[in-house]
Design a protein around this ligand. Structure first.
Ligand code: FAD
Length: 413
């Protein structure tokens, strides 16, 4: 009996942690936080390549706590966004993180959009939301400067600082978080868990790996030996800051194009009082390509060699050309914004930091719409965590944690 105990201790000690999370964005940190809450004593290590948390998608987004109106009822997005929005507001209140429940308008500016606007109202109600349908004249009650034929008002939408949320999750998770630790190799062996090598030459061993590497999640999955069946195609979202923020009171969105998982250029008054205009969606020439000058030939080559990228380009070249034009011409961007906000002038738009979306694209060119979590032996890979993943990060983190912990049970091994 004593021998068995000793062997178990040696095996336990040969692991640096139970759960090894790659990626210190909001999803990886929510996972660590969820494990800390549900099973204190579980050893969690988070490896993040940057010097701090939330340096990529989490710290470069619109900062909107989405209500859940857009998502297909029953989808993971719908389930987690509605629950996640309420939990996010509570989390921000509990930890004193700047936030507000502002409500938002979705505005139709073209007759063609009216049936889609109505369908969106129905969908919102199916997802349990209270939605108010407005005629054109009623828009001014909320946004005097906004023009449209009709609109929806959703009361539960809010704003917050997701970077601050991520920092809080890191502080309260109880996990060991190593910054500046870029995972360059993953080694998984039967009965020996998973070992990763960092760029600095450190080896970290865990019993199960959780891949929350965002823009690099497909690369980490492949390094683990699991084929993700999709590749991350990076789509940059460029923003301007509105020089006359008084033109917008809250959040104003267009009716989204159902062919895309992106919401279209919107106007969002953030927690700092400034109004952001954006994001558009243009292909990024590097996974962390925050402007046109940043090009990574290796990553670009990987995108171009994925058949899905070409299928996608073939299907959506017309829309893509419009987005490119609006990216390269501020006058064209301003013209597009004027459909919602007629008073805006080109010199009201001041360029500000962009974000890049980690969009999973399947081999046949389909843009993965829902969250995509894939399980493999001793690994859980988060392969698509697009918007509203920041909003929904608390329930998503619990779901990932549940799957990772299940792998630690004798049956899951
Ligand atoms: C322009 C834009 C606007 C958005 N607006 C909203 C919004 O208003 N509301 C909303 O809910 N969602 C929004 N989103 C979506 C939301 O930001 C993301 O879904 C969410 O931040 C994803 O979090 P993540 O942790 O998966 O990814 P990330 O935040 O990108 O984190 C992944 C982390 O993994 C690290 N990493 C990668 N590779 C390695 C490696 N090899 N070793 C170690 N670390 C590694 C990265 O450095 C990074 O920190 C938006 C996204 C974008 C881009």
């Amino acid at each position: 009996m004593r021998e068995v105990v000793q062997v178990t201790q040696v095996v336990a000690r040969s692991y640096d942690c139970d759960v090894l999370v790659v990626g210190g964005g909001i999803v990886g940190l929510s996972t660590a936080y969820a494990i800390g809450r549900a099973t204190p004593g579980t050893r969690v290590t988070v490896l993040e390549k940057e010097p701090g948390p939330a340096r990529h998608q989490t710290g470069r987004n619109s900062g909107v706590i989405h209500s859940g109106i857009y998502y297909r009822p029953g989808s993971l997005k719908a389930r987690y966004a509605v629950r996640g929005a309420a939990e996010m507001v509570k989390f921000c209140a509990e930890y004193d993180i700047p936030h507000a429940v502002t409500g938002k308008l979705i505005v139709a500016t073209d007759r063609e959009e009216l049936p889609r606007l109505h369908a969106l109202a129905q969908r919102g109600r199916e997802n349990g939301l209270t939605v108010r349908e407005l005629c054109g004249a009623q828009i001014a009650e909320y946004e005097p400067e906004v023009d449209g034929l009709a609109a929806l008002h959703v009361g539960t939408t809010g704003i917050c600082d997701f970077g601050a949320v991520a920092r809080r999750l890191a502080e309260t998770s109880g996990a060991e978080i190593r910054y500046g630790a870029r995972v360059v190799r993953v080694d998984r062996r039967p009965g020996r868990g998973v070992a990763v090598l960092t760029a600095d030459g450190d080896i970290v061993r865990g019993r199960v790996l959780v891949n929350c590497a965002g823009l690099h999640c497909d690369e980490i999955a492949r390094r683990t030996g699991d084929e993700p069946g999709a590749r991350i195609v990076p789509f940059r979202g460029e923003y301007y800051e509105l020089a006359r923020p008084e033109l917008v009171r809250g959040l104003v969105y267009p009716v989204p194009d159902p062919a895309f998982p992106f919401l279209g250029v919107h106007l969002t008054r953030g927690v700092d009082g400034g109004v952001h205009v954006g994001p558009n969606a243009v292909p990024a020439l590097a996974r962390e390509g925050y402007d046109w000058r940043t090009v990574c030939p290796r990553e670009l080559g990987a995108t171009l060699s994925w058949p899905g990228s070409w299928q996608l380009a073939r299907r959506h070249w017309r829309y893509g050309t419009g987005e490119l034009h609006r990216s390269l011409s501020k006058a064209a961007f301003a013209r597009a914004v004027r459909r919602l906000l007629p008073a805006v002038r080109e010199d009201d738009l001041v360029p500000t930091a962009a974000g890049v979306r980690a969009q999973a694209v399947l081999r046949d060119g389909t843009l993965a719409d829902d969250f995509l979590i894939q399980e493999a032996p001793r690994a859980v890979h988060v392969l698509n965590a697009p918007s509203p993943a920041a909003t929904a990060s608390l329930p998503i983190g619990r779901e990932i944690a549940r799957r990772a912990m299940a792998q630690l049970t004798p049956e899951g091994r």
